[in-house]
Design a protein around this ligand. Structure first.
Ligand SMILES: Nc1nc2c(ncn2[C@@H]2O[C@H](COP(=O)(O)OP(=O)(O)OP(=O)(O)O)[C@@H](O)[C@H]2O)c(=O)[nH]1
Length: 319
């Protein structure tokens, strides 16, 4: 029987830096080939588009959270991949920021076909040094992601002072005393520290969650969190820029995450923006391909957001 394929589960709350880490892994010269499975919360697949696709194959799983409705998809994708062994050396699964990692990890033990052919190498959690403390108060998923981690990247250390870092690291330690913690900016960790760790420890997980190996999963997502996405054609940058900047300043506390790919008239490149609460980043990225439809897509995830007002505001930016 050939060796089992190692699988890394990449988790972390909304906007912590999972895609940043994934892109770092995929662009680094390491001589290994990865198959990547990306699960995204929200109807329009944007993450998939932001992953630097070199030779890697990226499988997208939308319309649901990996730990709930689409777990069957995960099993099917992995089984499909197993038929093409030899084309890649390892699998990376990026979960949505709202996923509970337990049922994802459980798949590798409970589903027999998967368990025979793949092994969970490690759960790697990216934690946002600026926002984790807040999320530990109001988001159970954020706590589970820390509790289940074998390796934790305490990321965005550039946004927090030394005392703040000590405090959040102590909170992490209180939840998970055994994970290796790396402090990072833009997830700048040597790749060997996150991949091929042989770190997943079932005994430890059974202590965290004694029912881990039992079938049946009752993960209730935070009902207050809404996600909506809108599409438009080209948008006018002179309208769009002030709108998005004003919206994130005003509604920032409620916007857990926003991101989008936007088409400006006469601009050959795609404008990509990303936000976490009030912090907004945006830049022109690669050129639109000739076969691509020049459309603008935006996603907002948050609490108590006024969907109608945001939709109207966005559509009013049309070029
Ligand atoms: N200041 C700062 N920004 C960072 C750092 N790492 C990532 N970011 C930014 O944070 C934003 C979110 O990063 P992503 O990698 O897309 O986060 P994610 O966890 O994949 O987000 P979701 O998939 O939406 O949950 C982007 O604008 C990044 O450029 C960091 O260390 N410092």
């Amino acid at each position: 029987m050939p060796d089992k394929i190692p699988v890394t589960v990449l988790t972390g709350y909304l906007g912590a830096g999972k895609t940043t880490l994934l892109n770092r892994i995929l662009t680094e010269q390491h001589g290994r080939r990865y198959a990547v499975i990306v699960n995204e919360f929200g109807e329009i697949g944007i993450d998939n588009d932001l992953v630097v696709g070199a030779d890697e194959e990226v499988f997208e799983m939308n319309n649901g959270c990996i730990c709930c409705t689409v777990r069957g998809d995960l099993i099917r994708i992995i089984e499909g991949l197993m038929k093409r062994r030899g084309k890649f050396d390892a699998i990376i699964v990026e979960t949505t920021g709202l996923a509970d990692p337990a049922p994802v990890a459980q798949t590798f033990f409970v589903d027999e076909d998967v368990a025979q052919r793949a092994r969970l190498d490690a759960v790697v959690t990216v934690a946002d040094a600026k926002w984790l403390s807040e999320r530990l108060k109001d988001a159970p998923e954020a706590k589970n992601q820390i509790a289940f981690a074998d390796v934790i990247l305490l990321n965005k250390t550039d946004l927090v002072d030394a005392a703040g870092l000590e405090k959040v690291e102590a909170q992490i330690r209180a939840i998970n005393p055994s994970a290796t913690i790396h402090r990072t900016v833009n997830c700048n960790v040597p790749i060997g520290e996150v991949l091929d760790r042989k770190a997943f420890d079932l005994d430890r997980i059974m202590e965290v969650e004694p029912e881990f190996l039992e079938e049946g999963h009752h993960h209730h997502h935070d009902e207050e969190i809404d996600s909506f996405s809108f599409r438009a054609g080209e948008v006018n940058p002179d309208k769009f820029m002030p709108w998005i900047s004003d919206l994130t300043q005003r509604e920032g506390p409620n916007i857990l995450r926003c991101k989008g790919i936007v088409a400006f008239p006469q601009e050959p490149r795609r404008f990509v923006f990303q936000g976490v609460h009030m912090i907004l980043d945006g830049d022109l990225s690669r050129e639109w391909r000739p076969d691509e439809k020049r459309e603008s897509r935006v996603v907002f995830i948050g609490r108590d957001l006024n969907e109608k007002a945001i939709r109207e505001g966005f559509l009013a930016c049309a070029a």
